[in-house]
Design a binder for this molecule. Structure first.
Ligand code: GTP
Ligand code: MG
Length: 615
């Protein structure tokens, strides 16, 4: 008789080994839904039906005995009997995730091939069922040549059967087990696929579509290009589809302005309405169609379940700069606005991970910067195709967003090695199912977005524009003097301008940077109001801002302004939120400084490169 005294739980990470261990021994090992929770071996006592008890060991998850990481090394040593102070387990309990059978069978075969007493706990059958998967444990046992017991560790299902199977296997004579030929990894992969297929009685079409899509969208090499292609298409669409609507709105604003000038006599209020309200606020509002199209894409990506996949795909890239996939959602929200993005970092447990994410959130191009990009690209970048279906304007916009992301990657990399140095933590995210978006939810989401945009136009952008208009309109210029130079605003911008001259900014641009601290869109309103106030005749007041810029700015100057807004030292509300979330002024000031330096250097480099290239 060779009664075993030690059994070990082995299997891939996140299979539920620790959950089973806790259920079987009454221990309280940490379990959590991400790979790599258990990093040390842990022993407990398991009572068998016979009344005897054996030692049960919980081990770190592992993909193979060809180990790479220190926690996997622990597993290998214990299983092979090389761990000091730990008897070699007589019995191996392989824990499989039934919902991911194929992947988990690869390592299971390696364990079984050791030729030691082995049983299989087919865990998480509840999740497999939820996913529309019906498995046949008997077929699996037949194919693998070892006993299989279905379990649901977290609901304590199948535990009695499992302990009975452990007892039976423990009484097995190890010498009676046939030696198995060892197989290579590709052979095991192929076999895993066939065994999983044979053990699957039914699979819903939904699950097949799901896993088929995931195989493509989450593919390590295909996934990232698909994501970038999608973003590329989005920016093409923002230009191509929105243009007719935006042109219509622009013409509408122009017509109203015409009518006001023709109907009312020259007065303070008439100028406030045409130059401040219509030219200034109107120049921002005309971008509503573009905002709606951008958010339509984002909402569809969220509703279909693709956004979570994008996070998964990005996790690999983010890990390489020392951030976890946890940061992805906050960063993604920052494309709408950095404020909810920074607040979303509360879900990041590691303080340094969180701080890094807060610091780089403003580098994600927020939607308030969209009007700035759109108006300047529309003015100076020709509307032509660089290739079939690829418009130059959409391409430039795509590159601006990419520049922000690349900047964030570089900054994160630098921060993680200096001020926020530390270990990156693991990735936690369950991938939702794919779903067709619901039209009603989509429309509600779009309406909310549009409303946020219009409300900003009616409040903060309006207020900033009126203040600016007053500063631009007074004191009145003498005959022959330019109104801009004479005004208070002109005097303010003349004082700041020398600092920005070296990077190619003109005085109106410098002036626009000041109210843009309130909200980025105000940069557009500010330029429009400045040109409206400055223009001699009414015709020019009604001209679209795009045309004014096209006529007045050189290409290097326009490109420098775009480059500035990639980093754009942020708006006041972002600084306020950063102060609240980091409990002090230290980090907001740090953030402001580094963004300012980057914006200045990047804009300057862009300007001088463009000048040098003769653009
Ligand atoms: N629905 C369901 N969830 C389970 C089951 N077993 C475990 N879980 C959950 O799956 C997650 C992973 O469980 P763990 O026990 O930590 O997995 P592990 O194999 O120890 O993982 P590592 O320690 O990383 O190797 C946890 O969130 C558990 O609550 C199950 O049978 N059904
Ligand atoms: Mg564990």
């Amino acid at each position: 008789m060779s009664t075993a005294t030690t059994a070990a739980l082995v299997g891939n990470p996140n299979a539920g080994k620790s959950a089973l261990f806790n259920a079987l021994t009454g221990a309280r090992q940490k379990i959590a839904n991400y790979p790599g929770v258990t990093v040390e071996r842990k022993a407990g006592k398991l009572a068998l039906p016979s009344g005897e008890s054996i030692e049960l060991i919980d081990l770190p998850g592992s993909y193979s005995f060809d180990t790479t990481s220190p926690d996997e090394e622990v597993t290998r040593k214990v299983v092979m009997g090389e761990q000091e102070g730990q008897a070699q387990p007589d019995l191996l309990v392989v824990v499989l995730d039934a919902a991911n059978l194929q992947q988990h069978l690869v390592f299971a075969q390696e364990v079984i091939a050791l030729g030691r007493p082995t049983i299989i706990a087919l865990n998480m059958v509840d999740l497999a069922e939820r996913d529309g998967l019906t498995l046949d444990p008997a077929a699996l046992a037949g194919a693998l040549g070892v006993p299989v017991v279905s379990t649901v560790a977290v609901r304590r299902k199948g535990l009695a059967e499992l302990t009975a199977a452990i007892e039976a296997a423990a009484e097995q004579d190890p010498a009676a087990i046939d030696a198995r030929p060892s197989v290579t990894l590709p052979e095991r992969r192929l076999a895993a696929r066939n065994i999983a297929k044979a053990a699957t009685l039914a699979e819903s079409t939904e699950r097949r579509i799901n896993s088929g899509l995931d195989r493509i969208l989450l593919h390590p090499w295909l996934g990232p290009p698909i994501l970038f292609l999608l973003l590329f298409v989005i920016f093409q669409a923002v230009f191509a589809w929105a243009s007719p609507f935006a042109d219509g709105l622009e013409a509408g604003v122009g017509a109203v302005s015409d009518w006001v000038s023709a109907t009312f006599a020259e007065s303070f209020f008439r100028d406030l309405i045409t130059e401040g309200l219509l030219a200034g606020v109107g120049s921002v509002v005309v971008f509503l169609p573009q905002i709606i199209i951008l958010f339509a894409f984002i909402l569809v990506m969220e509703a279909t379940g693709y956004m979570a996949r994008a996070a998964f795909v990005m996790d690999r890239l983010m890990a390489s700069v020392g951030l976890s996939g946890r940061s992805f959602i906050p960063l993604l929200s920052s494309f709408a606005c950095a404020i909810p993005g920074i607040m979303a970092t509360r879900s990041i447990a590691d303080p340094k991970d969180r701080l890094t994410t807060i610091l780089i959130a403003p580098l994600m191009t927020c939607s308030a910067r969209l009007p700035v990009y759109l108006v300047i690209i529309g003015a100076v970048i020709p509307q032509r195709q660089v290739a079939p279906l690829i418009g130059l304007q959409g391409l430039v916009m795509f590159l601006l967003y990419v520049a922000g992301i690349v900047g964030a990657v570089i900054v994160a990399f630098a921060l993680r090695r200096t001020v926020t140095a530390g270990q990156a933590s693991g990735f936690i995210m369950e991938l939702p199912r794919y779903q067709m978006p619901n039209l009603k939810d989509l429309l509600i989401g779009l309406w909310q977005r549009a409303w946020v945009f219009l409300r900003r136009a009616g409040t903060i952008i309006f207020a900033a524009t009126v203040v600016l208009w007053l500063l631009l309109s007074f004191p009145r210029a003498e005959i022959g003097e330019s109104q801009l130079d004479a005004s208070y605003a002109g005097q303010i911008s003349a004082a700041i301008h020398p600092a920005f001259e070296p990077i190619g900014f003109n005085q109106e641009m410098t002036l626009a940077l000041v109210p843009a601290m309130a909200a980025r869109e105000v940069a557009v309103a500010s330029l429009a109001t400045t040109y409206a106030v400055e223009s001699e005749d009414e015709e020019a007041t009604e001209e679209a801002l795009r045309e004014q810029i096209a006529a007045r700015w050189s290409l290097p100057t326009a490109l420098a302004f775009l480059a500035w807004f990639v980093f754009a030292p942020q708006c006041i509300s972002t600084i306020a939120v950063a102060r609240r979330e980091t409990n002090g002024w230290k980090w907001p000031i740090f953030m402001l400084t580094y963004l300012f330096v980057l914006a200045y250097v990047f804009a300057g480099a862009t300007y001088w490169l463009a000048v040098w290239a003769g653009l």
